[in-house]
Every structure is written in C-alpha cells, then in structure tokens.
Design a binder for this molecule. Structure first.
Ligand code: ZN
Ligand code: ZN
Ligand code: FE
Length: 764
C-alpha cells in the first residue's frame, strides 16, 4: 500500500476530467480524492504500487478528448487509510491560472442523440456534453463554472440538474448543459417580419436555403451568411450584396462522403477536416464538382469545413451537398456577435435570420488550414485553436506582444505559454481596433497576466505600435518596451512554434514590413535567433509608385520593373501591356518613377508577384489582399511538369547579396512576346523564386555553416512555391522549417515578437 499526490496542469477543467479520474481510480481500486485548483487538478490516491503506477500512466494517456495534460507530477505521501474515492470542491488562488478550453465540435455521442427520435434532446440545437460544445466563446471568467458563462441566463430543469450532478453521467459538470425545456432556443425571422420558433424555425431556414435565399445563421463564435453552394445565382447575389467580387467563400457539408463528391481528399486532409477543432481546409476541387463556380471563381480549390455546431448538422442533414458558410460581417468590420447587431448590420445582405438566445461572449472566426509539403499550414488561427497556448522553448517573463496591423493578433506570455489571440483583423477599422483593445483586456484577465514588457513592430504608424507606445509612456511607466523588426518577428514565430533556440537561416518573403534602415522590406535573407538578426541579402530596392495605392494596383509594380529595365522610353509593345489604363494615367505614374516622388523604395517578394501577375494580364486591381499573387499561383498550377526558372543577377558586397530581377523580367518579356502560354510563364516564375531561395541559403550556409532554414512570410502560403522550395532545399541538404501552428502571414508575428522579447529578457 502506497500513497501519492498527483498534480496535473493544462486543459483539465471543463472537459470532464474529474469524472474521468473518478472512474479511473475505481477501476484501479484506489481510494483518495480529486479537486480542481485554479492551476489545474490535484489527485490524492492510495492503493497498491502497481495500480498507482498504472493510474499515473493512464491519467494522461487516456484523458478525455478535450483535455490536454501539459505537465504531471507525482509525489509520494504516507497512506491515510482512506476507503473511498471522492470528488471535492474547488479552491481558488488568485494569481494561479488554468487554461481556457477552445470551442470544440459536437461529439459523436451527442450527434447520435441529436438524431435519435427517442432521445429527449432529439433535434435540440444546443445539445452538448463534457466532451464537446462551446467554451472560449461563452466564458467570461475562470474558474470555468456556469455563472461565469453566458449560460448563466438559463436555469437547469430537474433532469438536466441530475445529469449535471451525477458523476456517472456524461454531462457531469457540463456547464452549458441544457435541454428543450430549460435551455436556449432558435427562432427564424425574415425581412418581411415572418417569424417561427424551434423546429419550425429550422424547417423554414432549410426551405429558404433550398429556394436560393441568403440566411444569416448564428452559430458558436458569430454568424455565417449561408446559401445553397450549388446555386450559382444565390452565390452571385451574396457576392453582390457583400461587395466581394472574387475572394473565395467557405462552404460546409454534412460529412466526408459529400466532400469527396466535389473535392479530392488525402487521408491527412480527411483527418484534419474531422478533428474536433473543425477548421476550414483548402482542398483541391474536382473538375466535375457540382459546387457553383461563383463560390471560388477561377480557383482550383475550395475551402471546406464539416459542421461543428448542432444547428449546422440539422441544416445540412437533408439533401444539400454543401452550403456556403462565410463569416457574417461588413467588410473589414469585426464579426457580428449579438442578434441586435445582426439586424442592424446585415439587413442589406441577408434575406432572413436564424437567431438563438445563447449569448456569444467572445466572437471567434473559423480557422483555415491548407496542406503544404505534406504538413498542415494555418492561414488563419481562430476557433478551435485559440486560446490554447503555444509552448515556448524557454520560460518567458510576462509579455504583451502587440502584433502587426492588417491580419492582426496579439500574444501574451506566461512561463512557457504563449497565448496567441484569435485572428482579429485590420486595425485601421475603428470597430476592429476597439475589439483588439477589448480582447487584450480579456486575455490579460482570463490568464492572469500582468505584462512587464510590451513588444511591438518597428513601423511607427502601425496602430499596434502606437498602442504599445501609449501603454509604456502613459499610465504604465514600469513597462519595458521592446521593438522587434517585422521580419525578425516572422522568423522568431517560425522558430518558436518549431521549438528551436539555435540560430537559423531565415528566409522571409511577404508584402511589406518596416525595415531597420527605414525602407520597406519584404524579401529577406537573414541569420537569426531570438537575440538578434543579421540581414544577409535582399531583393534590390525598387520604387513603389503611389505608395499604399500600389498595394491594391499590381500594375504599378509592373510599370516600376519595366521602368527599371527599359528606362522612361517604353516601346509600343511594352505600353500595350498597360492597355487597361488610359494613356494619361500611365504617363502620370511613369513621371512618379522618373522624378522619384511618391515612390518609396521597397524590396518585396509580394510586390514582385504582383508585378508578374499584372504583366501576364492576370490581375490589375486587387479586390482582396494578395489576389494578384493567388491568381499567379493558380495559373502556374495548370502546369505539372517542371520548367526551368528565369535568371537573377546577384551582386555581392562582402557577405551581403543583392538580387536584381532585371534579367528575370527581360527573359519573361521575351517569353511573352514569343507567345509562350501564360501558365508556362507563371510556372517558370515560381521555379525562379524557389531557385532564388536555394541560392540565398547556399550563400548563407557558406559563411555561417547553418543549414536549418525558417521559411516565413505570407508568400509561403503559396503551395506551389513552398513545395518547390522545400523540395529543392532538402535535396541540397537543408532542413526547412515551416509554420504548422501559427500562420506564416502577419497573423503569426505577435508570437515572434513575444519570443524575441521573451528570450532577451528570460529568467536565467
Ligand atoms: Zn458531446
Ligand atoms: Zn433541461
Ligand atoms: Fe509580414
């Protein structure tokens, strides 16, 4: 007979952990107790040595699906002669913290009950249990208890209360537990004032979708605009009303079989689609797909997710192959969260609403992934993943990292946990900025973090930078401020999520980031660790005529490169590449280049993709960020056989290389004149960029002896480019590191800022 005290930390509350421990203890004939404390769970056990060891092993290995045991510790203590195993009430210590569980999709058992006519929750859209349901989006504070969630508005009926109190029940301490008698309900309302409730509301919504209408459906972290994804007119109407001409829309199908009818799926993709986090996965579309072309015009992929809330299952359960389910917000605004906001903001877009009365405390977008080089890469990290921490490879002091601006997130650290916020969006929008400020407050409170350091981008005009300044110069003077260069933060994020501490070669290709020399960077070769970075190479600076406008008008970069190649006297043929403009406009922008006004210098791979996309006639105006580059990639993917790349001209100054793309443009224009097909030229361009990465890395390896390469920046969301690059690097003996936990785009840089500032100020 021995006694032991076991402490577990991680996601161990609100996930059915104590009942699981209770069962496991009884299976092993152990006496003792389990209780939550605000840092995790403490278990006291007594019994035979074998059984205690068995218990200790299985307590983490067989933990419930939503649980995530991060650390466990066992100490022996003299047995006290206990006879039973009991579940005890929680103790709360104020500075301690627990991990807040993310929102998890409807579990298999709840789905069976949902569809079982004999079950008392048959077709009840708010069914959940300790293994599933909303968490992060309904929690207002910790410890996780019903009064701390938006379920506090509902009193459990006797039957629900009995389930809640019965340790043998799957709904023991399931805080959102509810049933049709006592819980939230659905209602339908159209623009003409027709209303229906409960099952009738569902049937009405299904019927409206079938008739091609647009229904705003309230789900877990916000609303979706839904319509029949096989109905071209319905999707076209949604695009018109949402003023979103081409950006792909996400769709949702009931099960994998339906997804297989319109997409090609690998086993790994099936698995990712089916995980309890239920992200959108970008999949290869089948040629014979019945999905409306308007869902993703001109694209060879579709963004697909499986249902995660019970209401989705009920909407999809009949005939539909798929419905569009795109975030319901006005462009650049935060997600709509309340019924009232929905009625105020979405009335020009939705024909009808499917509302419910369980409040969303925190809005959270759907997450998006794509498999690249055989690994899942996040494009947007939100529902299902936030606010689970990313583990840092060192202990950090408490830090607030403010992130970037366009695809903003922020990050808080505590010990070796980095709490990266869900995707927040473009801070230049006033409402989004307010949402960002609110979320920072909420995260600080939920995770009990009082930052000692505030980290931010170098860009003086980013609203996140200004916020960091205000914090440290305003009320909180004891706050230390650490500025982290944009591309250093990208590399830091890639290192941190891969658990790397030693220096790496960093290759960062993105749109624009503020450089340490005051110019705009975005095609960086560097040697970096968390302590410092050394820029080892770049694309030659070229003017960005019109400044910010050029980010939306790719033809401006095309003109800039032509000017750099041919000078101001463009030939008739070169001018014909700009026939989409009137001659005066073209002349005006050419003059900016000649005189060098309103044309800041940039070294950006994103802008190079823009230039090529424009020259090939694929995109002259972006209707969403990165559109020109996406079109170029999709076009290149029509060619499956390798083609040779174009040439770069490299100049060296000591250990520093500058890459001039003039030879590339000269060869590319020749191909264009000779009427080589556009897909072939696009493919040759991708090959060139992959070869450039290889070239830069070999140069750096020769001077630094490093062979690990962190690939980061939004350009590496390009599947073709990244796969060509990874392949080429591996064949050359390099070890490429890709993003798998945070996006390579600016949604990841808050993590990098935190890692850099955290490591520089780490506890010895
Ligand atoms: Zn469940
Ligand atoms: Zn009930
Ligand atoms: Fe960036």
């Amino acid at each position: 007979m021995i006694g032991a005290l076991i402490t577990l930390r991680g996601v161990v509350q609100g996930v059915g952990f104590r009942p699981f421990v209770h069962r496991l203890a009884r299976e092993n004939d152990l006496a003792g107790s389990v209780r939550n404390f605000s840092g995790g769970v403490v278990i006291e056990v007594e019994g035979s040595r074998d059984r205690v060891e068995e218990f200790y092993r299985r307590v983490s290995e067989d933990a419930p699906p939503m649980a995530n045991v991060v650390t466990k510790r066992i100490q022996s203590q003299p047995p006290r002669g206990l006879e039973t195993f009991s579940v005890r009430e929680s103790a709360l210590v104020d500075e301690e913290f627990v991990l807040v569980p993310p929102d998890i999709c409807l579990c298999r058992r709840c789905q069976e009950e949902l569809l079982d006519p004999r079950d008392r929750r048959h077709r009840y859209p708010f069914i959940n249990c300790t293994d599933c349901g909303p968490r992060f989006t309904i929690i207002s504070d910790m410890p996780y208890d019903r009064p701390m969630t938006t379920m506090r508005a509902f009193n459990m009926c006797d039957q629900c209360q009995r389930e809640y109190e019965d340790i043998e029940d799957r709904r023991y301490h399931a805080q959102p537990n509810a049933c049709p008698i006592c819980g939230p309900h659905l209602w339908f309302r159209d623009q003409k004032g027709y209303q229906a409730r409960g099952e009738k509301a569902l049937q009405e919504a299904i019927e409206r979708l079938r008739r091609g209408q647009i229904v705003a459906v309230k789900g877990i972290g916000g609303f979706h605009f839904c319509c029949d994804a096989t109905n071209d007119q319905a999707v076209a109407r949604l695009r018109r009303r949402k003023n979103r001409p081409t950006k792909p829309l996400a769709i949702m199908s009931l099960d994998l079989n339906r997804v297989r009818s319109y997409c090609r799926l690998s086993p790994a993709e099936e698995q990712l689609l089916s995980t309890p986090m239920r992200p959108i996965v970008i999949l290869e579309r089948r040629a014979d797909s019945p999905i409306a072309a308007q869902v993703a015009p001109g694209s060879n992929t579709l963004g697909v997710m499986l249902p995660y809330a019970p209401v989705h299952v009920l909407l999809l359960e009949g005939d539909p192959v798929a419905i569009v389910a795109t975030s319901a917000n006005l462009s650049d605004q935060p997600l709509v969260r309340s019924n009232q906001e929905a009625r105020e903001q979405l009335s020009q877009i939705a024909d009808a609403y499917l509302f419910h009365n369980r409040e969303i405390h925190t809005s959270c977008d759907d997450s998006i992934f794509r498999f690249i080089a055989g690994q899942p890469m996040p494009i947007r990290r939100a529902r299902g993943y936030a606010p689970s921490p990313i583990r840092l490879p060192f202990e950090s002091p408490p830090i607030l990292a403010c992130g970037g601006e366009l695809k903003s997130t922020f990050c808080l650290t505590r010990e070796d946990n980095a709490f990266l916020s869900q995707h927040i969006g473009d801070l230049k929008n006033a409402e989004t900025y307010q949402f960002y400020l609110n979320m920072i407050q909420r995260f600080q409170h939920l995770f009990r973090v009082q930052p000692m350091i505030v980290a931010h981008d170098l860009h003086p005009q980013y609203l996140s930078t200004r916020f960091a300044r205000e914090l440290s110069e305003g009320g909180q003077k004891e706050l230390k401020r650490v500025a982290v260069q944009h591309h250093h933060a990208h590399v830091g994020a890639c290192m941190a999520e891969n658990g790397v501490v030693e220096p790496v070669i960093g290759v960062v290709f993105d749109g624009l980031g503020y450089g340490a020399d005051g110019h705009i960077w975005g095609a960086e070769f560097m040697v970096a660790d968390y302590k410092a970075f050394h820029r080892m190479g770049q694309l030659r600076y070229v003017p960005l005529p019109g400044g910010d406008v050029a980010n939306r008008e790719p033809w401006r970069m095309a003109l800039s490169h032509l000017y750099s190649l041919c000078g101001p006297e463009l030939g008739t043929w070169e001018r014909s590449l700009f026939s989409h403009l009137n001659a005066q406009h073209l002349e005006g922008v050419l003059q900016m280049l000649v005189r060098g006004y309103n044309a800041p210098l940039v070294s950006s791979m994103g802008r190079l993709f823009d230039a090529v996309s424009s020259l090939l006639g694929l995109c002259q105006h972006n209707t969403y960020e990165g559109e020109a580059a996406v079109n170029l990639q999709v076009t290149a993917e029509n060619i499956s056989d390798p083609l040779p790349g174009y040439s770069w001209s490299i100049s060296r100054k000591g250990d520093y290389i500058t890459v001039d793309p003039n030879p590339l443009f000269s060869e590319l224009l020749q191909d264009l004149r000779r009427h080589m097909t556009i897909p072939e030229i696009a493919r040759r361009f991708h090959q060139s960029v992959a070869e450039l990465v290889g070239l830069g890395c070999r140069h750096i390896r020769a001077v630094s002896n490093l062979s690990r390469v962190a690939l980061s920046g939004g350009v590496f969301q390009n599947k073709l480019l990244t796969e060509l690059t990874v392949d080429l690097l591996r064949r050359d003996g390099f070890e490429p590191l890709l993003h798998q936990k945070v996006p390579p785009n600016d949604g990841g840089i808050a993590l990098g800022q935190a890692a850099v500032a955290g490591y520089q100020n780490r506890k010895p």
